[in-house]
Design a protein around this ligand. Structure first.
Ligand code: SF4
Length: 237
């Protein structure tokens, strides 16, 4: 056996063990009668958690926050993954129409009040989902930001929900390796120099001096002094 095949066999085994652990955790929640949901932004790295969910339980609802500001490529990726992985994707959005999401000068909120824009389009819509569930699975990872580096695999969230972060300790190399091994599809913006992809007005290309497949989020809210949308900061306990 070649050294390369020994390495890939070893990593496949360690991924299998990790997925078994996640499956056991989800089975425990179910046995306790907990209502489980996942959320996903359908950005390039999202495919890993979505594939894991599809391997364990395709009936777990996956909520997608349709902010109305996504790249068309993200919407295509959502549709592609929903079909290919057979997952149950549910779109949710703000009740406030885009035409009303403007400041006193008529400018879109994302320009000068991005926190307010994220609150309206991301935090508020998912709060209603939290109220109807007991466990919230999401794919944040410690390497993505200083805030996420402080988070735990299980944390109390708002409205009594338990936040479960099954891939919190996966690094970007593992994400890349898993995508390769599982031959998962790539978000088409990766080939155009994007890696961390959020809403179109608030996402720039990745820093070309850094490896594309990294945890670099400098293209998100670039120059606005903002690093989080609020889902992982205001929806804690
Ligand atoms: S990422 Fe930008 S456009 Fe999307 S909700 Fe937040 S501020 Fe609005």
């Amino acid at each position: 056996m070649s050294s390369q095949s020994i390495i890939s066999q070893a990593s496949a085994t360690s991924f299998d063990e990790r997925i078994d652990e996640i499956a056991e955790q989800l089975a425990k929640y179910k046995a306790e009668g907990k209502r489980i949901f996942a959320s996903s932004s359908f950005q390039p790295q999202s495919v890993v958690l979505l594939d894991i969910i599809s391997r364990i339980d395709k009936s777990i609802p996956v909520y997608f926050l349709d902010t109305n500001y996504h790249f068309p490529e993200t919407i295509e990726f959502r549709d592609q993954l929903a079909e290919q992985l057979g997952i149950n994707v549910i779109d949710i959005k703000s009740n406030i129409p885009v035409s009303e999401q403007v400041d006193e000068n008529g400018e879109p909120l994302y320009k000068n009040q991005p926190d307010r824009c994220c609150h309206i389009n991301k935090v508020e819509p998912i709060e209603d989902v939290l109220k109807e569930h007991d466990v919230w699975i999401n794919g944040i990872r410690k390497g993505q930001s200083a805030v996420r580096a402080q988070m735990q695999k299980e944390e109390e969230g708002k409205h009594g929900v338990l936040r479960y972060h099954p891939i919190l300790d996966w690094d970007s190399k593992m994400i890349f390796q898993y995508i390769n091994e599982r031959k998962l599809p790539l978000h088409s913006l990766v080939a155009k120099g994007y890696f961390s992809v959020g809403c179109l007005p608030c996402t720039a290309k990745a820093d070309p001096t850094k490896p594309l497949w990294s945890d670099d989020r400098s293209g998100r809210w670039s120059g606005q002094g903002k690093t989080e949308c609020g889902l992982h900061t205001t929806l804690g306990k």
